[in-house]
Design a protein around this ligand. Structure first.
Ligand code: SF4
Length: 404
């Protein structure tokens, strides 16, 4: 196919997206041949049709990374430690509560408790932790573990995921982040994380979670792992199929989707996979936000990230298909990795809070807080926004685990 034919195919796909029609895998691939500035307004229009055009949302979510010990050893991860390595830790259930306390005081209403796959933690640790969290903070919405950790519990206990998940749910698990996805194509996973959960196991566990009515608040895609555009699209179409399956059986479906770039500078993949310069990463990020909005026509909410991309890029993403700003949480792996790299980590403070309000206002929306189901719970007046404040900027050279 010539360049002109490829471009024409992309323009036809964009026209179909403009009309709200579902795109085939080939059409989604074709969109990559269209300049991003043509795709972005169509994606923004789709976002304005699907979600409230007046608001962009955010939530005050906390994070607890309960252990840094992990036996999966993904090559892109700078968070995990082996048991005797400096920085290796595992929190007790009581320490989880200690870390939660200041976050709850800051006003978080949901928390994501997630960590490495630590074979030294017994199954009882998970039950005990859930019980203690719910006993101490009964109103807190608890997002617990990820498909990778559930797979780890299958190996630890010899039980199947659905059985384990039902027990965790009975003890206080409200939701599970759709993390450990990165790119759900085994050929890529084998190269960057050979021991990572397989894509089939990921979808099997996610299907089980949704079938039990456990909320999956978000899932996503991480780009920049040496994947092709076709492999990115394969991931998107499999997610869209999973969403169709759950909606058809009357489920709530995946709550939201987000895409973000992998940074490989300080990882074992530096020198193995080509690393883009910062401006290219930003441009590609906005292109993915727009195309993925159009590809995933059955996931209403699309999130964008400010903590690593900066408020300026996040505000643009809110005009490129995203409707929710994530990263307004507390202590998490992003923060710890930023600090390890000697970079300033934005803290959950008034300054951060106002930065988020300003970012949303700069994008032309009213900032609204939401619950884990993306229902608006509080709308902020633009009078609350300090338009003079300095925003947190793009963090050059940043890298993190895949799950944040
Ligand atoms: S990304 Fe998650 S599973 Fe992979 S090594 Fe890091 S902590 Fe372990």
């Amino acid at each position: 196919m010539t360049d002109a034919q490829t471009r024409e195919r992309g323009e036809l796909a964009l026209e179909r997206a403009r009309n709200g029609e579902r795109l085939t895998a080939g059409e989604i691939v074709a969109l990559y041949a269209v300049p991003a500035e043509e795709v972005i307004p169509i994606a923004n229009a789709a976002r304005l049709r699907k979600t409230d055009p007046e608001y962009a949302t955010f939530s005050m979510g906390g994070n607890i990374d309960y252990t840094s010990i992990c036996n999966v050893a993904c090559k892109f991860c700078t968070f995990y430690r082996t048991p005797r390595q400096e920085g290796a830790y595992a929190l007790t259930p009581e320490q989880v509560i200690e870390q939660l306390e200041p976050q709850v005081r800051l006003g978080v209403t949901e928390v994501m408790i997630q960590g490495g796959v630590n074979p030294e933690l017994p199954y009882e640790w998970y039950i005990e932790t859930l019980r203690l969290v719910k006993q101490t903070y009964p109103d807190l919405f608890v997002d617990f573990l990820s498909p990778e950790e559930i797979r780890g519990l299958e190996k630890l206990t010899g039980r199947d995921a659905k059985d384990i998940l039902a027990e965790l749910q009975a003890n206080g698990m409200d939701g599970m982040p759709g993390a450990s996805a990165e790119i759900l194509v085994d050929e890529v996973r084998q190269k960057v994380a050979p021991a990572r959960i397989s894509s089939d196991d990921w979808f099997r566990i996610v299907d089980n979670v949704l079938d039990l009515g456990i909320h999956i608040h978000w899932t996503g895609l991480v780009f920049g792992l040496g994947e092709t555009i076709e492999q990115r699209v394969e991931h998107l179409v499999r997610l869209r199929d999973a969403q169709d399956r759950d909606l058809e059986r009357g489920g709530r479906g995946l709550g939201a989707y987000k895409v973000w770039p992998m940074r490989l500078n300080d990882t074992r993949l530096n020198g193995v996979i080509e690393i883009d310069d910062d401006q290219t990463i930003i441009d590609k990020y906005l292109q993915q936000v727009a195309i993925h909005r159009l590809a995933l026509d059955n996931i209403d909410h699309h999130r964008c990230v400010w903590r690593t991309m900066g408020y300026g890029t996040a505000a643009k993403a809110l005009r490129a298909g995203a409707d929710d700003l994530c990263g307004t949480g507390a202590i998490n792996a992003v923060t710890s990795v930023l600090e390890t790299a000697g970079k300033e980590a934005p803290r959950p403070s008034e300054k951060v809070f106002h930065g988020v309000l300003k970012c949303i206002a700069d994008a032309g929306f009213k900032p609204a807080e939401r619950d884990p189901f993306y229902n608006v719970t509080r709308v902020h007046s633009l009078d609350d926004v300090d338009f003079e404040s300095q925003g947190h900027d793009y963090v050059a050279g940043f890298q993190a685990t895949a799950d944040v």
